[in-house]
Ligand binder design. Structure first.
Ligand code: PLP
Length: 460
């Protein structure tokens, strides 16, 4: 094993990284020449690289660092749990106190009767598990042919084999072609691009009809579940029209299709409510979570079941649940999760996300109005997106290789602001830690304004 003798020697570390580490969503060939940025520490909404340069983390890592960076309280809880019990398996019915406490806390917070939780180590594992659970549910109910999962184009559900297929962004499929069977996609509720000329009601009706026709076309007796992010993240921060989920819920019920809400990004306060489905008073049959449950301090996720789904698993004396991971119910991860929820509650971060999030969106709109290349600003709570266009009137889009969101994010990064271009569209996403306040938002908007101006002037 190579020993890093001088950790402060950036070039040395960068060379080791290029040689030994494979990075996700990275052009690995280009990475060999460019090398990595090496993060050193975080504090509040800021990250510092190992040259000491400070950045505002307006992405909260990957939408996940809800309580902000550098919480020693979480480090201490992890250390103390490690000293007592660092790990013990949850297989075969064994348990540990932190996982019991966390599952009970989450059950209290989730809407409706979403009361029973299966722990995972992240979002992809959660969605993969949800698909298996949906199929198991129908098998238990005497309908083993109900296996197909309907997802949406532009949806993102992870990158395991099955969740790559559920993800509705074709760029991700290239690696697994010819792909995994049993997944079908319908249109997203993307009014800015697909709602042209329709009223909100007409647009919702069109989407609902498409889902209904898809279920009928496949045969309702073959469809297990419909999965949706309440607000689509990676696709481009797409907020659905108000009545959308109510109509989708009705169709799922009518055709006996389970509804899975992927709250991996939106859960735990990000959109100004504990869970985003609360905005539309809709309770899914299965909810998947990750990210904000531990604010990224440890890998953690889960799948939450309503009583109806739970009953199919618990009511059968002949069934053994043949699913699980080494890290299911990890005691350290769950102890951190419990304390993370304490912090969110104690500091009123859900309410803060609603208040400061509204301010964030209004500031981004102000910035957008100053630049012709901004087509739309949208979002909910601390989850906002800025969509770039070549022409505001025609909404024409740049080619993938020429997207403004990429250029603006690189320029902003140089200026000390982290915001992320989305792979599904020409959208720059903003999802600051929920601790960000109005003056933090002012700084974000100021740097962004400068970055867009610089990119726009260099294009002239
Ligand atoms: C909505 C959604 N679902 C699932 C995932 C996958 O989570 P993970 O990367 O933890 O596997 C993500 C990741 O960003 C996500 O945004």
């Amino acid at each position: 094993m190579a020993v890093v003798e001088k950790p402060s020697d950036l070039r040395h570390l960068a060379g080791l990284d290029v040689q030994h580490v494979i990075h996700p969503l990275t052009n690995l060939h280009a990475h060999q020449a460019q090398g990595p940025i090496i993060w050193d520490r975080g504090e509040g909404i800021d990250l510092y690289d190992n040259t000491g340069k400070e950045y505002i983390d307006a992405a909260a890592g990957m939408w996940n660092v809800n309580v902000g960076h550098g919480r020693t309280e979480l480090a201490e809880v992890a250390a103390s749990q490690m000293r007592r019990l660092e790990y013990a398996s949850s297989f075969g019915g064994a348990s540990n106190q932190p996982s019991i406490e966390l599952a009970e806390r989450v059950a209290q917070l989730t809407p409706g009767d979403l009361n029973t939780l299966f722990f995972t180590a992240g979002g992809s594992e959660s969605n993969d598990s949800a698909f298996k659970l949906a199929r198991l549910y129908w098998k238990q109910r005497g309908a083993p042919q109900k296996r197909t999962i309907i997802a949406r184009y532009m949806g993102y559900h992870g990158l395991t084999l099955a969740t790559t297929q559920a993800t509705g962004i074709p760029r991700y499929w290239e690696m697994i072609e010819p792909g995994v069977s049993g997944f079908v996609h319908v249109s997203p509720p993307y009014a800015y691009r697909h709602g042209g000329g329709l009223s909100e009601d007409e647009f919702v009706a069109k989407l609902a009809d498409e889902l209904e026709e898809t279920i009928i076309g496949l045969g309702a007796d073959t469809v297990a579940a419909f999965i949706a992010e309440p607000i689509m993240g990676t696709g481009g921060v797409i907020v659905p029209p108000d009545d959308y989920f109510e109509r989708i819920r009705e169709i799922c019920d009518r055709y006996d299709v389970l509804m899975i809400a992927d709250e991996v990004i939106t859960g735990f306060g990000r959109t100004g409510t504990w869970f985003a489905m609360e905005h539309w008073n809709t309770v899914p049959d299965i909810m998947t979570i990750a990210k904000g449950i531990s604010s990224g301090y440890v890998p953690l996720g889960g799948v939450i079941l309503t009583e109806r789904v739970r009953e199919a698993l618990y009511g059968d004396p002949a069934l053994t649940f043949m699913h699980g991971f080494t890290y299911t119910g990890h005691p350290v991860a769950c102890a951190v999760g419990v304390r993370n929820l304490d912090i969110i509650e104690r500091e009123g971060l859900v309410e803060q996300a609603a208040r400061v999030g509204a301010y964030l969106i209004s500031k981004l709109k102000e910035v957008g109005e100053r630049h012709d290349c901004v087509g739309e600003v949208r979002g909910r709570g601390m989850m906002a997106g800025m969509e770039f266009v070549l022409d505001r009137d025609t909404r024409a889009e740049a080619a993938q290789s020429d997207r403004l969101s990429g250029k603006v994010s690189r320029t902003a990064f140089r200026m000390g602001l982290i915001c992320r271009p989305m792979p599904g569209s020409d959208v720059l996403a903003f999802s600051p830690p929920l601790i960000a306040n109005e003056s933090d938002v002012d700084r974000i908007a100021e740097i962004l304004d400068e970055a867009i101006a610089e990119v726009a002037s260099s294009a002239e």
